[in-house]
Write a protein that binds this ligand. Structure first.
Ligand code: AHR
Length: 552
């Protein structure tokens, strides 16, 4: 046990001089051991599905054309037309699954346009064309269909992840859905569609297991009522060809706290009997943190804040909005339980992240692109910790979106590429994938700040822990913009023999990476020398930390 501050200071041995200085000075400023983190090894919560760390790419703005797909004849480094930097980074974060092609785009997409010889594929008006500006390149407005099903599945193979396809329920028939499944999964040489797949370079079936049946069907996906959509879902989900494998169908779920959608959908599904629940793997919940108006408006455009220009109140406001997702998970889960007491159906949070007003695009003309800062890294850490704490409820989650859009892990334009602070968080948290989530108690003093002349508070440290055989992973977020938080970490039921810490932080809460300053925000790793069991750590202000501990 490290019993006093001098011992604690000595216990931190770090890799770089700047890192050492920073930590020692933080530790020296701390007033006492104000926080405590207790990890309960004998209280497992369930296995953290690797798919909680999933991604989302939509044919929208600069996501596909420029972001993912540069083309086979490009001078930009690529593998079979896919941006090489992106592949390398996604392998690093162990990207488990990618959702494509939307989003709202999915319900306008005809998958048949994206197969066959690329030079014979049609150009189509993109769903998002109305939102595009005069600066936007033609490929963003008029889809050239060069990145279709074969290219997407190949991209998933290159990164070592699985495909998750979102099918069009608004404007294509159920028969076309079944045929897309046939194109992807029918055995080599079995059907005309399997031969067409082979013509695109893939004789063997893709084995696509995850299928979304419509997207946001309460809105852009058809403007259905929950009951109307449930009837459509039943029709699309009936007798889908399996080709010897289990399919996991994801139903379009609620937006935010629309409990009525969850209730109305399940009620209608069950009118045909309890067996119908078996056809549904997951219910898709979408949640964006966008309203930074501090209660002044609920208007979608007026309520948004700026990605780069924000004050300390906006910082906490975004985190406060982000935390709402935990109550949505618990609330929808409870409603689902009224209809599905065994909880056969999981939550699939296939769109999440902050959404700011336009203006911070790294590439002018890329709609819905924004520049993620340290604030978004802290937001993402808090969100992923929430997911880790509900492993029995969440089957999958997909950050919106992977590149050049909203909560991007990466920004890219032509031969420029950078990892955002959000991308670094995904790298840190990848260590949780497949682990046993453990109940962990955080006792930490609240942050006090002034919210428009009124005193406000936000919680102190939060996080999650997972066990992987004898390796313990603990991730901790300190949301406080100015104060470090020194914590005693107690592991009930074991002793840590060795530990390392990786910290993502910056002295400026607005810090972000750009094409010219790619490492302004980057994680730093050091080792901790432990004494007699208890670990002490000073979590810097505005930081996301991962501790890896080997248990004895
Ligand atoms: O992620 C951007 C858009 O947000 C998606 O297309 C849609 O599903 C959601 O409203």
């Amino acid at each position: 046990m490290i019993s006093d501050r001098r011992e604690f200071l000595r216990s931190v041995s770090v890799g770089g001089a700047a890192f050492a200085w920073k930590y020692l000075s933080f530790a020296a400023r701390a007033v006492g051991t104000e926080s405590r983190i207790e990890i309960l090894l004998d209280e497992p919560l369930g296995m953290i599905s690797p798919n909680i760390y999933g991604h989302f790419i939509e044919n929208l703005g600069g996501v596909i054309y420029d972001g993912v797909w540069v083309g086979k004849n490009s001078s930009i480094p690529h593998v079979d037309g896919v941006r090489k930097d992106l592949i390398e980074q996604m392998r690093l974060i162990k990207a488990p699954i990618v959702r494509f092609p939307g989003g709202c785009f999915a319900d306008s997409y005809d998958w048949r346009d994206g197969i066959g010889p690329p030079d014979q594929r049609p150009r189509r008006t993109n769903f998002w064309e109305n939102a595009e500006s005069a600066d936007s390149p033609a490929s963003h407005k008029y889809d050239p269909n060069q990145f279709g099903t074969n290219e997407f599945v190949h991209f998933c193979k290159l990164i070592g992840g699985q495909p998750y396809l979102a099918a069009n329920l608004r404007s294509l028939s159920a028969q076309e859905f079944l045929r897309w499944v046939e194109y992807c999964n029918s055995p080599a040489g079995s059907t005309t569609l399997s031969e067409m797949r082979a013509g695109g370079g893939s004789p063997e079936p893709f084995g696509v297991r995850y299928w979304g049946v419509g997207n946001e069907s309460w809105g852009c996906g058809g403007n259905f009522t929950a009951q109307e959509y449930a009837a459509e879902f039943r029709r699309y989900a009936t007798w889908v060809p399996r080709y010897g494998m289990d399919l996991s169908l994801v139903a379009s779920g609620p937006n935010d706290d629309s409990w009525d959608w969850t209730r109305g959908f399940l009620e209608e599904i069950l009118r045909k009997g309890p067996g119908e629940l078996r056809s549904i793997y997951g219910l898709a919940l979408h949640y964006y943190a966008w309203n930074l108006s501090r209660g002044r408006t609920r208007d979608w455009d007026e309520g948004k804040g700026d990605a780069l220009k924000f004050d300390v109140v906006d910082w906490y406001e975004l985190l406060r909005q982000g935390e709402v997702i935990e109550s949505l998970i618990e609330g929808h889960w409870q409603v689902m339980g009224e209809f599905d007491p065994q909880h056969h159906i999981k939550l699939v949070i296939d769109e999440w992240g902050p959404w700011y007003r336009p203006g911070s695009e790294a590439t002018p003309g890329d709609i819905l692109e924004q520049t993620p800062t340290l604030r978004d890294a802290v937001f993402s850490g808090i969100t992923l910790d929430i997911f880790n704490r509900h492993p029995e409820k969440i089957g999958m989650a997909n950050c919106a979106q992977l590149i050049n859009c909203l909560n991007s892990l990466y920004l890219a334009h032509e031969d420029n590429f950078c990892v955002t602070p959000v991308g670094h968080v995904f790298e840190l948290y990848s260590a949780h994938q497949g682990g046993k989530s453990l109940r962990t108690i955080f006792s930490s003093s609240q942050v006090h700040y002034d919210r428009d002349g009124k005193p406000a508070t936000f919680h102190g440290l939060s996080g999650s822990a997972s066990l992987h055989d004898k390796e313990l992973v603990l991730t901790v977020v300190n949301p406080d913009t100015t104060e470090p938080k020194e914590a005693e970490i107690a592991i009930h039921g074991a002793t840590a023999r060795a530990a390392s810490a990786t910290v993502l932080t910056h002295s400026d809460i607005h810090a972000h990476n750009t094409f010219t300053q790619r490492d302004a925000v980057a994680p730093k790793t050091g080792t901790l020398t432990l004494a007699a069991g208890t670990t002490m750590f000073a979590f810097p202000p505005a930081s996301v930390t991962r501790l890896l501990m080997s248990l004895g």
